[in-house]
Design a protein around this ligand. Sequence first.
Ligand SMILES: *[C@@H]1O[C@H](CO)[C@@H](O)[C@H](O)[C@H]1NC(C)=O
Ligand SMILES: *[C@@H]1O[C@H](CO)[C@@H](O)[C@H](O)[C@H]1NC(C)=O
Ligand SMILES: *[C@@H]1O[C@H](CO)[C@@H](O)[C@H](O)[C@H]1NC(C)=O
Ligand SMILES: *[C@@H]1O[C@H](CO)[C@@H](O)[C@H](O)[C@H]1NC(C)=O
Length: 462
Amino acid sequence: MEALNGFRLCVISFLIFLTTLTQTLSSTAFHDSEYEDWESYVNIPNTILTYGSEMEEAEWQMVQKKGNQFVVNGQPFYVNGFNTYWMMVFAADESTRGKVTDVFKHASSVGMSVCRTWAFNDGQWRALQKSPSIYDEEVFKALDFVVSEAKKYRIRLILSMVNNWESYGGKAQYVKWGNAAGLNLTSDDDFFSHPTLIGYYKDHVKTVLNRVNTFTNITYKEDPTIFAWELMNEPRCTSDSSGDKLQEWIKEMAFYVKSVDPKHLVEIGLEGFYGPSTPQRFQFNPNSFAQQVGTDFIRNHQVLGVDFASVHIYPDSWISQSVGDSHIPFVKSWMESHIDDAEKYLGMPVVFGEFGVSAKDPGYNSTYRDTLINTVYKTILNSTKKGGSGAGSLLWQFFPEGTDYMDDGYAIVLSKAPSTSSMISLQSTRLALFNSLCSERCHWSCNKKKVLQKVLYQEDEL
Ligand SMILES: *[C@@H]1O[C@H](CO)[C@@H](O)[C@H](O)[C@H]1NC(C)=O
Ligand SMILES: *[C@@H]1O[C@H](CO)[C@@H](O)[C@H](O)[C@H]1NC(C)=O
Ligand SMILES: *[C@@H]1O[C@H](CO)[C@@H](O)[C@H](O)[C@H]1NC(C)=O
Ligand SMILES: *[C@@H]1O[C@H](CO)[C@@H](O)[C@H](O)[C@H]1NC(C)=O
């Protein structure tokens, strides 16, 4: 009975979608699978996106993992999302708080469903953690605001707990704190191994996860608005290229996060370099330095408690700063090799947690940026349509108007980039349709999969 109703529901929602979609397709110049001409997709009817979000409106549930997919409300959850790292700090100030709302509003207008942002600011201006276990309540309220505002716009958050880099404090700040407390630490990588610093980090994790949101009264560790916890932004431990030191840290911390909060998903925050455990995969690394930074994509992600894989994509910082079309094949093979690994060796989804290109790079133009984004999106879709591990991508980075002074070159402002904006919308629409149509009950094998492929991806072979 249950199954029959489920099936009927699927059929009905599929028909609604098909009708809407057919209208969409006939009203836009949807001519081939290469989507060369993005300008022609500007007018995606809101009905599709609205319908997608109404489905979720029913219940705001925790995202979970089943095999190599994310699932929520009995449906797959393939992600089109973005990064805006400074949300908390902007929310801490009355004069900039509105920008936080702007980001979510704009992102939701193009169908984005996940935002990755910092749940840390250690010892700096507007610090959340002023010193170990000493918090600025005003800044914590600002993080509360970010979480509550995200929910209003039906956007889920990946919250990162500390930085590998010095911006916003990072592991260097933890080492400074340790030395101020009388330790004699000489390397920032002591962050990964010194028991005192490990204690500081765990205390921070515990404090954030147990925080009761002052806007919603929901404890962070109970809040479905939070999609996942990230152990660290781009961990590297160059002082131990064997990878053992970082591996131990990941093991201990993934276990710790799960012990405080068994409900949320956990990821590491890695850039995705192949390390010593898989020399046969060095060929996919962007350069030969990548294998020596103490990280190890496969081994690190085999740790108990790590639910999904994270990979970043920066040919302009890893291969050559001068951008060119030669970076594009790297992007494709980098993504495909990680998707492959996630399917064959890890049995988990993989999220491309950061990708983008800096407008300050020599040779940059906006057409190139669109080509890069298009490549990432297509590779995700290619995996999505097989129900594969390529679970989504998060642009680095998404800015509202009037924040140019924060731009590191990578900022995308929707109103200034209409072609990019329509690409994002189309990707969101496609993933939302896929998510809505392919409920678990319907299974991949049902005939609609073929129709789906034809309609969504315009495949010729059918
Ligand atoms: C601190 O460590 C360095 C190198 O490990 C050592 O040379 C130095 O003597 C130590 N200083 C103190 C005060 O222990
Ligand atoms: C949160 O809890 C407090 C105290 O129980 C209550 O006064 C307040 O109305 C609650 N706020 C929300 C948003 O539920
Ligand atoms: C943009 O940059 C790419 C990559 O460098 C180049 O191939 C292309 O010709 C450029 N396009 C324009 C319009 O300048
Ligand atoms: C999609 O995947 C197939 C193999 O499954 C591959 O041949 C094709 O090149 C891929 N297309 C893109 C755009 O990545």
